[in-house]
Design a protein around this ligand. Structure first.
Ligand code: 0RA
Length: 650
């Protein structure tokens, strides 16, 4: 040991104040590490990371609710860009922690991973990316202020970029009956690429949290420019979640099936209901955290559902002795289900740690479901009957689809490469450099062919309306010529056969007119891609062409505007007496116009289609709402979202 080190050791051992300073330095080093590598702690410094800050603090309140001490959480976006999260829990303890020599409250906000150290009891909402602790939020905030009401007093502490501004102080008194924690933090613009909370993203997540935490009341207030004030409170919990998700479809029976129980220390809740839809929408959660990759709880659910249902169907002669068992896939057609488990120390696996590995969760879910589903089926023979009928239809359609698929496979072997006849392909062989334009109707095909660069740009027309895959069974989908054409042209195959390495074009561009019909066709296309080749969207291969909405002519010069604001700005620039013409269909455009505005990479505008990562259930709901058969939810959705699609309202 060097002399210097020895000295400093002696000094700090003797003087308490300096010991405090030393621990202070350690803490700063800890929080400094968070500021140096924020991504490692919060996942990203983009919008997703910013929103994680809110979830982190909210989840602490939800933990308090799960422990039975809190039933209300309020989240407020303040005008100054800060966010306040308050709860009516016990209030974070403020007394001095012996080991740390400072207030427990300060420990929670300044020491990494101090979050779980209290032994709050009950299950913790933590795991995956969450549960990083309040100290991480503190480190990544320009400032953070926490106020605690507890034991008749009000306490406060403030931090700036993680630094303690003063020891926890008592700032006043309150009634003994009042208790809770309120945190206000302003995300640091030096850290985050954006510090603008997206209301809709947070709203979706808080709604989900409220569904998953039966009885909790989550109040969301936006006091920024665009005001919002909403309360999420569901006495029915995940049962109401299923009703919410099924609002755009027709349920096949009235009740949402609900099962609940605890097995070997694992608390299991399941809710489910079939609709007339053809897709299967199952969402799984562990301690309120979404597990998009499933895991043992999902496997347990699927196994038990298949077995229980087949056993019931046989015992009640819904399936004849001569008939095959129904497969899991057939039984799950049109099923919406939520599986929520609470485990004390969940194990996550998979690349993104989004898959539950705890093996005991499988049998726990299986047992709860088998017992209670059997009971439900016995009590509701009419519901059991429609479920069975639906599954049998699904089974037949699947057999037909398999045949159709085998037929197309054989055909493509016989006919060589088997590219669709209407595809005007490009000559370049490296997919990385290739693009395909899917154009609406034959009238646009000619100009698109003229304007393209045939070396790397392919063009394929779609005739008539694209099949709505939300309303069709697999056999009809496979039999559809337009869809077959797209599948063959893209080269990747679909479902189990999907292989992105076989993709023949780096960019798939949906090119439709800038009017309502065009928007509808683009939506149908996107629905197909979302349901059958979601990886193409996830990996950023799907684009929407943006033909201009306005042509502005002045002094023999032509300008394009893609929305109202651009038109107004251009008119400011070139003078109000310019000639303004509203959009033209793709088919009426001059070659040069089409090329400049929509196809030529040097000058065109393309919109890349993104897939929001955070809520699969909300995204699924968007597609079923837009494409399902219930008119009212669709009308409502369009009304609520109309302001986001101003460039479609021709
Ligand atoms: C551990 C113990 C106690 C309260 C909490 C944690 C607590 C933490 C948070 C985080 C946000 N809101 C919270 N509310 C409470 C209190 C233990 C006791 O009173 O005996």
């Amino acid at each position: 040991m060097s002399e210097e080190n020895e000295k400093s050791f002696e000094v700090s051992a003797e003087h308490k104040a300096e010991e405090y300073d030393a621990s202070q330095i350690q803490i700063l080093e800890g929080l400094e590490a968070v500021r140096k590598r924020p991504g490692m702690y919060i996942g990203s410094t983009a919008a997703a990371g910013l929103h994680h800050m809110v979830y982190e603090i909210v989840d602490n309140g939800v933990d308090e609710a799960l422990a039975g001490f809190c039933d209300e959480i309020t989240v407020t976006f303040n005008e100054d860009g800060s966010c306040t999260v308050s709860d009516n829990g016990r209030g974070i303890p403020v007394d001095i922690q012996k080991k740390a020599g400072k207030s427990a409250l300060e420990v929670v906000y300044t020491i990494l991973h101090a979050g779980g150290k209290f032994g709050n009891g009950g299950y913790k909402v933590s795991g995956g990316l969450h549960g990083v602790g309040a100290s991480v939020v503190n480190a990544l905030s320009e400032w953070l202020e926490v106020t605690v009401k507890r034991g008749g007093h009000v306490y406060r502490q403030r931090y700036e970029r993680g630094k303690v501004m003063y020891p926890v102080k008592q700032i006043g008194d309150c009634d003994e009956s009042e208790h809770g924690t309120s945190v206000t933090f302003k995300p640091d613009a030096e850290i985050f690429e954006t510090v603008d909370f997206d209301y809709r993203t947070i709203e979706t997540r808080l709604r989900e949290t409220a569904f998953l935490t039966k009885g909790i009341r989550i109040h969301l207030i936006d006091n920024r420019e665009e005001k919002h004030d909403k309360v999420f409170h569901y006495e029915g919990g995940i049962k109401e979640f299923v009703t919410y998700l099924n609002k755009a479809n027709l349920p096949l029976y009235e009740d949402v099936i609900y099962c609940e129980g605890e097995k070997n220390g694992i608390y299991v809740e399941i809710s489910m209901q079939h609709t007339d839809a053809y897709t299967e929408n199952i969402y799984t959660f562990v301690n309120n955290i979404n597990t998009p990759e499933g895991g043992t709880h999902l496997t347990g659910f699927k196994n038990a559902l298949t077995k229980t249902f087949n056993d019931y169907a046989r015992a009640n002669k819904l399936l004849k002795d001569s008939e095959d068992n129904l497969t899991g896939e057939d039984i799950r057609e049109g099923l919406t289900a939520i599986i929520s488990v609470k485990i004390e120390d969940p194990q996550f696996e998979g690349q993104t740690k989004m898959k539950l590995g705890t093996s005991e969760a499988g049998p726990a879910v299986s047992q709860v479901l088998s017992e209670q589903l059997t009971y439900f089926l016995e009590q509701n023979p009419a519901a059991a009957k429609v479920m069975c009928e639906k599954s049998i239809l699904a089974q037949r359609a699947r057999a037909a689809a398999r045949k159709a698929r085998e037929l197309t496979r054989r055909k493509s072997v016989l006919e060589g490469a088997g590219l669709p006849g209407k595809l005007a392909d490009c000559t370049e062989k490296d997919p990385e450099r290739c693009e395909i334009f899917i154009v609406e109707g034959d009238s646009a095909l000619g100009p698109a062919k003229n304007c393209r660069n045939p070396r790397y740009q392919a063009v394929m027309p779609l005739r008539g309306k694209v099949l709505n895959v939300e309303k069709a069974r697999l056999d009809r989908i496979y039999a559809n010529k337009e869809i077959q054409g797209m599948i063959t042209a893209f080269g990747t195959g679909i479902h189990d056969d999907f292989d992105i390495s076989k993709l023949r074009y780096n960019k798939i561009v949906i090119m439709t007119d800038a009017d309502v019909d065009g928007a509808h066709i683009a939506t149908l296309m996107l629905t197909f891609l979302y349901r059958f080749m979601p990886e193409l969207i996830k990996q950023g291969h799907v684009y929407l062409a943006q033909p201009p909405l306005f042509y502005i002519r002045k002094n023999k010069k032509l300008y394009y505007a893609y929305n109202d604001e651009e038109r107004d700005r251009l008119l400011e620039q070139v003078g109000k007496d310019a000639d303004v013409q509203r959009f033209k269909g793709l088919g009426e455009m001059e070659d040069q116009e089409l090329s400049e505005t929509t196809m030529d990479p040097e000058t065109r505008t393309l919109l890349r289609v993104n897939m929001p990562e955070d809520s699969k259930s909300e995204l699924d709901l968007t597609f079923t709402t837009l494409m399902g058969d219930q008119v009212e939810p669709r009308r409502q959705f369009i009304e609520e979202n109309a302001k986001y699609v101003t460039n479609l309202d021709v």
